[in-house]
Structure formats: structure tokens, C-alpha cells
Design a protein. Structure first.
Length: 592
């Protein structure tokens, strides 16, 4: 964990410091300035140290990849293994440092281009070792790269302020005061843009790596990500404080040169800058820890199940039903034998634990719903092997416990799931469309206010309102448009929901589906007798959480984990859509 955090810190120092100098500092100060020369020495020193560490740490990650050379060849070694990707930095890092040193000596567009290309290559190599490298599709990898680039520029600048030659700045405050305010003002404007980029790409990566709220609340990855978000919010708070108080205090006024008020403002700004640098360092530590956890990117696939377990000497029947509207929650109804005398002092609790992990839920109370049955609810944040422990207290002198292990599979056709910016999702319902349009208008309006405030046409607090309002607008848009689905999830059913279409769908359903699912969708067809409990009941409420497009994809491509064969070659499109209408009618009836 610590190694990952140090590698990330070395990336920020190696690339972020020079980019801050080129984009901000070098546009205000000349290369011959005393303060600039001191700053360049420190940036260069940290570049050398972090560059050497970055190369060495990358190469020791997977030395075993050298053993693959005979099987894979040099091309595969360089571009398909972490070792090979890290090996490329033996070239990229020295080129980047050389270009920066040349650029700081003489500002030349060729050296600037060389530095930019090699710097992007370094960030690309680091991005290719992240979790998104294993996620199919272009959106996750591009979002991760842009997220890293924006964070490096922002965080690298904050770290530069940490080792800025403050004493030299204060000694020549008359000369440096106005230019230092310009540096801070430029960096603040850049930080606003970078925050927007980090916010948007971070939202994409959260959708990619965390399938839902249950995973966010009860997995190590989700809890660590929450801590990262809190620390990012603290960093944003310091940005707001700078914009409202400390940056305006540095702006040159009518006071004479050497004014003590300016020195005091610089001292206060240094304190807040050091706090920001410490927060970004903590963020890097948390990000390094986050990279060591497996992201809960796939939701579980819950089917109704039932079983009998022995609790003490008592046979207890348990029925598990997915909660309507949720992909992760299930209700457990626990039935004691009808012959068992149950008193009001009975208490039934259960634990739901993920085997080989500390994850799980303890001491969940089951509420008595009939003389011999108790009902409780819990979530499966991850697919995997789970253990249900039922504890009955008050039945005998001592509590008795029953145990049942159950396997919860991943979502069907997991390799087909992709993260999209989906236009069909926006138009899927009228509420989706309204929410997206309102979010777009908010982002547009508050973005304009933000721009005008940075031009000095509105007070500084409008910047905060504009940034917050724009973030809210983009959140509303992404919440609708950004989805992790099958390509067909938000397709509309082209077949009308009529008695005639449902009747045709029933005919095809009986011919192709009833052997397993049963004529009434109960999962009790003749071929399913040996698989009882593993065939989902198509007439149960949990089917309503799935769109017609999802069911269409499953019919077309099959569900291997349920031994469901693909029907794409046996049923034409209209037949598949008609079958979906018939399945819906099992719960919602036939029109007319």
C-alpha cells in the first residue's frame, strides 16, 4: 500500500511540478529572476529523486514478467505487461527531465512539445497499471487518464507551493508582490477548471468501479473511496477559502511598496497553501491504498432460493426473495416447524458474511410476521460465496445456531456490460429527459456566472456559487446519462403491449422457454426439476427492476450461469420482444 502511495507521489512531483512551472509560473516570472532560479533548482531536484524512484518501483512490481519473454516476445512484453509498460519509463523519464531543463533555460516550442509528449507518456504508463486497464471499453481508460492528468497538474502545483522559496519572496516583497498575486490568481483559475475535470472523470470512474450504493457502503473499496471523497471535499473547501479571502488579499492595492499588510497576507496564504499540500499528500496516500483493493464493479445476480437447515435440533426452513427495485437486497423469511411451540420471548437474528473476507452484516433482527415465521432483510454488496447464520434465542436455555453456505453469482453476461454515456437512457422516460435538461440549464447558467465572476464582473462569492451550481447541473446530467449496461438495456420494446402480441409471445414462450421456466413462469418446467431454486421465477416482483432491453439481451445471448441457451438464432426480433410482453403479463395481466 505504502509503495503505491509513494509511486503516486513521485508522479505528482515528477510531472506536476514542471507543468505548474510551464503553465503558471513561467508565464509571470522570467527565467533570470532570483526567485525563479531558486524554484527551478528545487523542482529539478525533486524531479530527479522522484524520477529515479518511479522507474525503480515500477520495474520491481512484476519482475516475473521477464520469464514470459520466450513465450510472448518483446512486443507483448513491452505493451501487455506491467513490467514492460514500466520499462518504457527508462526512456520517457530522462527525456522529460531533459526537455524541462532545456525549456527552463531557453523557452523553445520544440522543447515544450518534447516535454509535453514525454510527460503524457509517463502518465499513460501509470494509468495503464490502474484498475481501469482491465475494464473493456474506451470510456473508462480515457476517463482514468484525464482524471490522473488533471489531478497531477492541480496537486503538483500545490506541492510546489510547499517548497516555494518563501523567505526570498518576502525579502523582495516590493518586486515580487504583484507578480506573485498573478501566479496565485492564474493557478486559482486553473484549479477551478481542473476541479471540474476531476469531478466529471471521478464520477465516471465511480460508476465503472462501484456498481451501487450497497457496494459503496459495505466494501473496503467503497469505504476507502468515501474517505477519498471527503478529503477531496476538504481540498475544495480550501480552494473556496482561497478564492474568497486569501487570493483577494494578495491583490496589489493603493498601499505603498513594502506594506506590512501584504507580508501578512503572504504569510496567511502560505499557511493555507501548506494545508492544501498536506491534504493532497493524504489524498495520495488514500489513493495508493485504494489501488490495492478489488473494486466492486459487478452487482450480484439474485434469484429466489429456499433451503432447510438444522438449527440445534430444529429443522428451519429459509426462503430468500430479492427485494423489488433493488439489485442487491434480499428478504429472508425464516420458518420454524409448525409443531414447535413458539413463545413471545423468542428472538431470531442472523448474520450474513462473505467467506474469506471481513465483509458482512451482523446481528440483523428478524421480525415475527406469523406465529412461526420471522422476516429480515440484508444486502449482498458483492457476488461470491456467502454464509447465512441463523441464531434463535429463547427457544431453549441457550441460543442455537444454524449455518448455510450459498453462492451468489455475478450479473449475467458480465463481459457484455459496458459503461456508456447513453443517449437512449436520457430519452427512456419523460422524467429522465426533464432531469437531464434541467441539469444542462443549471450547468450552463452557473457556468456563465462563474466565468463572469473570474473576469471581475461579479464579486468573489459568485465564483463559489457558480462552481457549486455547475457541479450540481453536471451531476444531474451524469446521473441520467452515465450508465453501466448492456447495449440494448434502454431500447424500447417495438411490439405493442396488446392481447394479440401477448398471445403470440405466449405461443413462442411455450415452445422455447416453458421447459425450464414453466408455463406460468414459476421456474418449475420439466427440465428444471433438478435445478430447482436456480431458475428465476418470471412472475416474481424482482423482474420489474430489469428493463425490456436487458431481458432482450439475455434471450438473445443466453445466460451461461443459469444454463440458459442463446435464442438469437432461433427467434427473430419480433418474437423475442413478444415473449417479453408475455412475461410482463404474468405479473401485470393482459390488457382488456
Amino acid at each position: 500500500m505504502l509503495l503505491n502511495s509513494l509511486v503516486l507521489l513521485s508522479v505528482f512531483l515528477l510531472v506536476g511540478g514542471p507543468l505548474f512551472y510551464v503553465l503558471v509560473w513561467g508565464r509571470v516570472y522570467s527565467n533570470e529572476d532570483t526567485l525563479t532560479r531558486l524554484l527551478l533548482r528545487r523542482i529539478t531536484l525533486f524531479m530527479f529523486i522522484s524520477g529515479v524512484f518511479f522507474i525503480i518501483s515500477g520495474l520491481v512490481v512484476d519482475l516475473n514478467a521477464l520469464n514470459q519473454l520466450n513465450q510472448t516476445g518483446i512486443r507483448a512484453l513491452l505493451f501487455e505487461t506491467r513490467y514492460g509498460i514500466s520499462l518504457l519509463n527508462v526512456v520517457f523519464v530522462p527525456v522529460f527531465i531533459a526537455c524541462f531543463m532545456k525549456l527552463s533555460a531557453a523557452r523553445n516550442s520544440c522543447w515544450y512539445a518534447g516535454m509535453l509528449i514525454s510527460g503524457l507518456a509517463i502518465l499513460w504508463t501509470h494509468s495503464e497499471t490502474a484498475h481501469t486497464a482491465a475494464v473493456p471499453g474506451l470510456l473508462p481508460s480515457v476517463s482514468n487518464f484525464i482524471h490522473l492528468l488533471a489531478a497531477v497538474v492541480w496537486g503538483g502545483g500545490l506541492l510546489v507551493f510547499l517548497f516555494l522559496p518563501w523567505s526570498s519572496l518576502k525579502t523582495h516583497i516590493n518586486q515580487n508582490g504583484p507578480r506573485f498575486w498573478m501566479v496565485v490568481h492564474r493557478f486559482s483559475n486553473l484549479a477551478i477548471i481542473l476541479f471540474g475535470i476531476v469531478f466529471l472523470t471521478g464520477a465516471v470512474l465511480t460508476v465503472v468501479h462501484v456498481h451501487g450504493k450497497a457496494a459503496m457502503d459495505s466494501t473496503l473499496y467503497g469505504l476507502t473511496l468515501k474517505l477519498k471523497i471527503v478529503m477531496a471535499a476538504v481540498l475544495l473547501g480550501t480552494l473556496f477559502l482561497n478564492l474568497l479571502k486569501f487570493v483577494p488579499a494578495l491583490k496589489p492595492g493603493s498601499e505603498g511598496p513594502g506594506d506590512q499588510k501584504l507580508l501578512l497576507s503572504v504569510a496567511r496564504f502560505r499557511i493555507i497553501a501548506n494545508i492544501e499540500a498536506l491534504v493532497i499528500t493524504g489524498l495520495l496516500l488514500v489513493s495508493g491504498v485504494l489501488s490495492t483493493y478489488e473494486p466492486p464493479d459487478t452487482a450480484p445476480f439474485l434469484n429466489p432460493q429456499s433451503w432447510t437447515m438444522t438449527t440445534g435440533n430444529i429443522p428451519v426452513r429459509v426462503e430468500m426473495q430479492p427485494v423489488t427495485g433493488s439489485t442487491t437486497s434480499a428478504r429472508f423469511e425464516i420458518f420454524l416447524p409448525d409443531t414447535q411451540e413458539v413463545s413471545s420471548g423468542i428472538r431470531v437474528v442472523f448474520n450474513l458474511l462473505l467467506l474469506d473476507s471481513d465483509l458482512g452484516f451482523h446481528e440483523i433482527d428478524a421480525v415475527q410476521v406469523s406465529p412461526n415465521s420471522y422476516l429480515g432483510e440484508a444486502s449482498f454488496p458483492l457476488p461470491g460465496d456467502w454464509r447465512l447464520e441463523v441464531i434463535i434465542e429463547g427457544l431453549n436455555n441457550t441460543p442455537v445456531t444454524g449455518v448455510h453456505d450459498l453462492a451468489i453469482p455475478s450479473q449475467p453476461l458480465i463481459d457484455d456490460l459496458r459503461t456508456y454515456i447513453s443517449l437512449p437512457a436520457i430519452a427512456y422516460t419523460s422524467s429522465n429527459m426533464i432531469t437531464f435538461v434541467v441539469g444542462f440549464l443549471l450547468a450552463l447558467m452557473f457556468g456563465w456566472l462563474l466565468w463572469q465572476s473570474r473576469l471581475g464582473k461579479f464579486p468573489a462569492w459568485i465564483t463559489i456559487a457558480g462552481l457549486s451550481g455547475s457541479a450540481l447541473g453536471f451531476y444531474m446530467m451524469l446521473n441520467i446519462a452515465l450508465v453501466k449496461t448492456y447495449p440494448s438495456t434502454f431500447w424500447k420494446n417495438p411490439e405493442p403491449y396488446t392481447a394479440e402480441v401477448i398471445g403470440a409471445g405466449k405461443h413462442d414462450y411455450i415452445a422455447k422457454c416453458a421447459e425450464c421456466h414453466g408455463e406460468t413462469g414459476g421456474g418449475d418446467g420439466p427440465w428444471a426439476k433438478e435445478l430447482r431454486g436456480s431458475i428465476p421465477a418470471l412472475s416474481s416482483p424482482h423482474l420489474d427492476i430489469h428493463t425490456d432491453g436487458e431481458i432482450y439481451w439475455w434471450i438473445t445471448h443466453g445466460i451461461p450461469l443459469l444454463d440458459m441457451p442463446p435464442m438469437g438464432d432461433e427467434l427473430i426480433d419480433s418474437q423475442r420482444w413478444s415473449i417479453i410482453n408475455y412475461v410482463r403479463s404474468l405479473r401485470h395481466g393482459v390488457p382488456g
